[in-house]
Design a protein around this ligand. Structure first.
Ligand SMILES: C[S@@+](CC[C@H](N)C(=O)[O-])C[C@H]1O[C@@H](n2cnc3c(N)ncnc32)[C@H](O)[C@@H]1O
Length: 398
């Protein structure tokens, strides 16, 4: 893949359609694009919540009026990356997998297998960045026999990691370190191969900057939570991205994260109920205040759903210091909330077409930064999206 050419295509396409993917159906009763594409709007607004759910993970498959299918085809073409995912070949000792949740372990084994396969030089020393208990680093060190350093700021996780490494006879140091603090960067040595599985925004951006600055010969990472950054807006890493048309807010950076892996029935029902009630509150407050604008509705604990919709909405009103006249019929308001939820989820399918392209734009910024710093870079998918939607991986070597 020519990273720069793809980045520029994505930048142009995302900029052209920014009003479409920036629209937020949850907070806006009407979206700007609905006037331009009325047929698509009507089509989506009459669909059910269940239908929206079916298309959530694969919006491209929805056969909807123009320009939906055209946008879907463009989105797919611009999102193509190499698929490296495969089940790792060798069974592993039980001592390594102990206490690791199943889905996490599958991500780790694939990440480790592909790292070894893609890196041109065998690692001399693994460095697991934001390691948690260090499961990934331990697997890499175990199979290759190299030493391991784990950087993690949660001391309890380090302690458990230390015990696990000891049980597996692995030469590992689990260091209490805040990777955002300059004093931690001394742990990055040129002969280290840093790996980072799902380090959030600022954490993996710091790894990229510091690996380059400290001359690490090779590294592998899979980013997540792009919106967890320390600045108000996105600060591009690469020169190419600094020249880009697109400039991104924290809100924009959350778009790729809106894809959820299918949750269990019960979790889904509770999540839907909470959202339908928050939308019911939105209908009520707009009507009662006579002001047609959204008021933030902070997430409520699950127990708040036990009290009934009236108390739920009153607590949100109290949050805004509002005393609103009672609605004529709480049942009708709740019904309205569920109807809005079905519309919101279906309208969101249009924005969903831009989730992956925006994520690839972000990955390419990271890839181009490494290229500009003298690294050869590979970008691919290390596991299926059903294991984790954050399944993109960058491999860089000097
Ligand atoms: C999403 S978890 C990923 C853990 C592990 N890599 C994995 O895939 O299981 C992110 C980890 O980063 C750690 N973390 C967050 N902020 C950090 C910081 N500033 N310095 C070091 N570790 C940090 C968290 O405690 C957590 O263990």
């Amino acid at each position: 893949m020519d990273f720069l050419a793809r980045f520029q295509q994505l930048d142009a396409w995302l900029s052209e359609h920014q009003a479409v993917w920036r629209a937020r159906p949850f907070t806006q009763l009407q979206l700007p694009w609905e006037q331009v594409w009325p047929e698509l709007s009507v089509f989506l607004r009459v669909r059910s919540l269940g239908q929206a759910e079916q298309n959530h993970n694969q919006p491209h498959l929805l056969d909807a009026p123009a320009p939906f299918t055209e946008l879907a085809a463009q989105s797919l073409a611009l999102s193509q990356v190499e698929d490296w995912s495969r089940a790792p070949p060798n069974p592993l000792p039980e001592s390594l997998t102990r206490n690791v949740p199943g889905r996490k372990w599958q991500q780790i084994t694939r990440f480790a297998d592909i790292s070894r396969q893609r890196l041109p030089q065998p690692a001399q020393h693994w460095l697991d960045w934001c390691a948690g208990k260090g499961h990934l680093g331990r697997l890499l060190a175990f199979t290759g026999g190299q030493p391991l350093s784990c950087l993690e700021y949660d001391g309890a996780l380090n302690e458990q990691g230390r015990a696990l490494s000891h049980q597996c006879n692995i030469e590992a140091s689990h260091v209490d370190a805040d990777v955002l603090s300059a004093s931690s960067w001394q742990h990055l040595q040129p002969h280290h191969t840093p790996v980072a599985l799902h380090a959030c925004g600022e954490l993996h951006m710091t790894l990229l900057r510091q690996s380059v600055a400290r001359g690490c010969g090779q590294l592998v990472l899979s980013p997540c939570c792009y919106n967890r950054i320390e600045t108000d807006s996105y600060q591009p890493l690469s020169a190419a991205s600094r020249r880009a048309q697109l400039s991104l807010s924290k809100d924009d950076l959350a778009l790729p994260l809106l894809e959820s892996v299918t949750a269990g029935q019960r979790v889904r029902r509770l999540r839907d109920q909470s959202m339908a009630w928050r939308l019911a509150f939105d209908l009520w407050q707009r009507e009662a205040r006579g002001v047609d604008s959204y008021l933030p509705t902070p997430a409520r604990p699950q127990s708040a759903l036990n009290v009934g919709i009236a108390d739920f909405c009153h607590s949100l009103a109290a949050h805004h210091h509002l005393e609103l006249p009672e609605p004529a019929d709480w049942g009708a308001l709740e019904y309205g909330g569920w109807q809005r939820l079905a519309q919101v989820r279906n309208l969101e399918l249009v924005g969903a077409l831009f989730r992956r392209p925006l994520e690839i734009w972000l990955l390419l910024d990271r890839a181009l930064f490494l290229q500009e710093s003298g690294y050869c870079v590979q970008l691919g998918q290390f596991c299926s999206t059903s294991l984790t939607p954050r399944n993109l991986m960058l491999v860089g070597h000097k």
